[in-house]
Design a protein around this ligand. Structure first.
Ligand SMILES: O=C(O)c1cc(C(=O)O)c2c(n1)C(=O)C(=O)c1cc(C(=O)O)[nH]c1-2
Length: 236
């Protein structure tokens, strides 16, 4: 059987963008967070669980670099690791995430020892890292394309946290002030890579599947947080 024809770059990009419908901005947990409906313990639990995702990003990105044979793409992708890890202790995106925890009254030690991390959040995050390590590098790049949809969400969150959760010290919101702009650039680069390197029908199908998988990873993290909701277990 002959393989179906590949889509043109524009049509393929549109199919990737269509995954916005599955993005976690529509998850009930995010909707509640952004409407200001979460009590402090649920906000803190969200911060502690998102930390687990954040802390793995540099190693996920290192897997992309390790598997990618193209120097120019590796060079650009290394910026993602530098962004989260920073140029020195206490700098960078992940340090800003720990600042957010402290600003919300969550002791740094409680974040770092992962006592609040829910099993399904661990499972979903680990699945994403494992995906990046074991699948073709183009699929790992495609999985990162949820970032096409994240800048608006993060800007909305920045404003929602300031408006609805005044008990969080605004000095700790630096992550959301800075990340949308960086995410826009990262996503634009990743989209260019995926459209340039996924040129057969099978490669395009695999890229779309990778992005759907990533949407599921993110969604299931929030399912876990939603489920933990008002229960006593795992309270942050
Ligand atoms: O706050 C968010 O809603 C959000 C979403 C995502 C995403 O869509 O995967 C990322 C981030 N933030 C983020 O800060 C980030 O650094 C990031 C990296 C990646 C990735 O898959 O490589 N996604 C995201």
């Amino acid at each position: 059987m002959t393989e179906p024809a590949a889509a043109g770059a524009e049509e393929f990009a549109a199919a990737l963008h269509a995954h916005a419908e599955r993005y976690w901005d529509r998850h009930p947990f995010h909707l509640r967070l952004h409407r200001g409906e979460l009590p402090p313990d649920e906000v803190r639990r969200w911060i502690a669980n998102r930390w687990y995702y954040q802390k793995w990003l540099p190693q996920k990105d290192a897997a992309v670099v390790a598997n990618c044979p193209v120097p120019g793409i590796r060079r650009r992708w290394l910026q993602r690791i530098a962004y989260q890890d920073g140029t020195a202790e206490g700098r960078g995106g992940n340090a800003q995430w720990l600042d957010l925890a402290e600003a919300a009254g969550l002791p740094r030690a409680e974040v770092l020892d992962e006592r609040h991390v829910l099993p399904a959040v661990r499972f979903a995050t680990d699945a994403y890292v494992s995906f990046a390590r074991t699948r073709p590098w183009t699929e790992a790049v495609a999985a990162s394309l949820t970032e096409l949809f994240s800048p608006g969400l993060m800007r909305e969150r920045h404003s929602a946290l300031r408006t609805h959760y005044p008990w969080i010290d605004p000095a700790g919101l630096g992550y959301f002030a800075a990340r949308p702009r960086a995410a826009t650039g990262d996503a634009r680069h990743a989209l260019g890579v995926v459209t340039a390197y996924c040129t057969t029908h099978a490669q395009q199908r695999a890229a779309l599947d990778a992005l759907a998988f990533k949407c599921d990873v993110l969604w299931s993290m929030l399912d876990a947080l939603d489920h933990a909701g008002g229960t006593e277990g795992g309270r942050a």
